[in-house]
Design a protein around this ligand. Structure first.
Ligand code: ADP
Ligand code: TRP
Length: 332
């Protein structure tokens, strides 16, 4: 039997290169080796009270882009979180195993208290409980996520173990965070400051859907420098960022050529940025075309959601039935 992997993303609309290279490529690769449950975490996104129409549109767009990136409903279970009501039921039960003190200490919660003091709702506080349930309900052992989510995985293990201990069972397994390679890839922002994130503004991210001229315009605005004046000079932060961006989509021989030009002090950053934009365009064009094709096929999307929901509910239903029995609630 294959190991089970679970991961979710909040439906935030258009995906960017960071989302793709940092997260989605892992799912695409994992679907070949694991029983993957990949879902759109629409319940989690309710903490920010999105407008109904926006939420719907964002769920759909996220699904379209995941399919365009290569997630294949024949190879994994691709679903929308709210289509699996068993998750909400198990979430209620797991709230009994999460302590107020530990929830208040979670760094992602403390960040929200700082960033949105007007909306510190209980859903934010119990966000890690819902996430733990997403993982435990399918008995996942691998959870492909970035570094910022590792604390949530640790809490998932704690909640599962606490449940097991309380009822004297060995029912839930311990999941661990997962990524291919030593560390999760971090895609830099175009402005050279930190990682690419849509919260930093339109011009600092490359969306999978960006047209070639938009990609070019954004990349040309990336900061550079006047260049080295003597061999062996260390790269400035801005220049290093250009090289990091180049690594994402350019061929090794192209990178080597620019490395050499840097060493020989003949590098021209305008040319380098043109090359980066061109290579990103080549890389993203097939994805953009797939996005357009899939967007036009609403019945396919509906079918994917229905079939994924059905598979996820079957797996979740079995867990909820077991849990009800273990804790002494009569099964329906
Ligand atoms: P954003 O920062 O744009 O709001 P999200 O927080 O919605 O992105 O991230 C969705 C997924 O994409 C997460 O798994 C996250 O780890 C990954 N991700 C986001 N930005 C990057 C990046 N710049 N590099 C690598 N992975 C990223
Ligand atoms: N909290 C994750 C994020 O913000 C999204 C998420 C929700 C998730 N449920 C999950 C990730 C379960 C992995 C497993 O990126």
């Amino acid at each position: 039997m294959r190991e089970i992997a679970v991961s979710g993303v909040r439906p935030t609309g258009k995906q960017h290169l960071g989302n793709y290279l940092g997260a989605v490529v892992n799912f695409v690769r994992m679907q070949e080796e694991y029983d993957g449950y990949f879902f759109i975490a629409d319940l989690h996104s309710l903490t920010t009270h999105p407008r109904a129409a926006d939420l719907q549109a964002n769920v759909r767009q996220t699904l379209i882009e995941y399919l365009a990136c290569g997630l294949d409903p024949a190879k994994c279970t691709l679903f929308v979180q709210s289509h699996v009501p068993q998750i909400s039921e198990l979430y209620l039960i797991f709230n009994m195993f999460a302590y107020d003190g530990e929830l208040h200490k979670v760094p992602t919660f403390k960040d929200k208290v700082r960033s949105q003091p007007d909306n510190v709702n209980a859903g934010l506080l119990t966000y890690p409980v819902l996430m733990a349930v997403d993982i435990l309900i399918h008995h996942a052992t691998k959870v492909p996520v970035g570094k910022d989510q590792m604390q949530h995985i640790e809490m998932t293990r704690n909640f599962g173990n606490r449940f097991n201990h309380t009822y004297g069972v060995e029912y839930f397994k311990e999941p661990t965070g997962f990524n291919y390679g030593d560390a999760p890839l971090s895609v830099p922002s175009l402005d050279g400051e930190g990682k690419m994130s849509k919260s930093k503004g339109e011009n600092t991210v490359i969306y999978l859907m960006d047209e070639p001229d938009v990609i070019r315009k954004k990349v040309m605005k990336a900061p550079s420098d006047s260049g080295p004046t003597e061999p062996g000079q260390a790269k400035t932060e801005a220049v290093q960022n250009l090289f990091d961006l180049m690594k994402l989509a350019s061929k090794p021989e192209v990178i080597a050529q620019y490395d050499k030009a840097y060493d020989e002090c003949t590098i021209r950053y305008g040319d380098m940025k043109k090359q980066i934009a061109e290579d990103m365009t080549i890389f993203l064009t097939p994805i953009r075309e797939r996005i357009r094709e899939i967007s036009a096929d609403q019945s396919y999307l509906t079918r994917v959601m229905e079939e994924g929901g059905e598979k996820a509910r079957a797996s979740a239903q079995k867990t909820v039935r077991d849990v009800r029995e273990i804790i002494g609630l009569k099964s329906r």
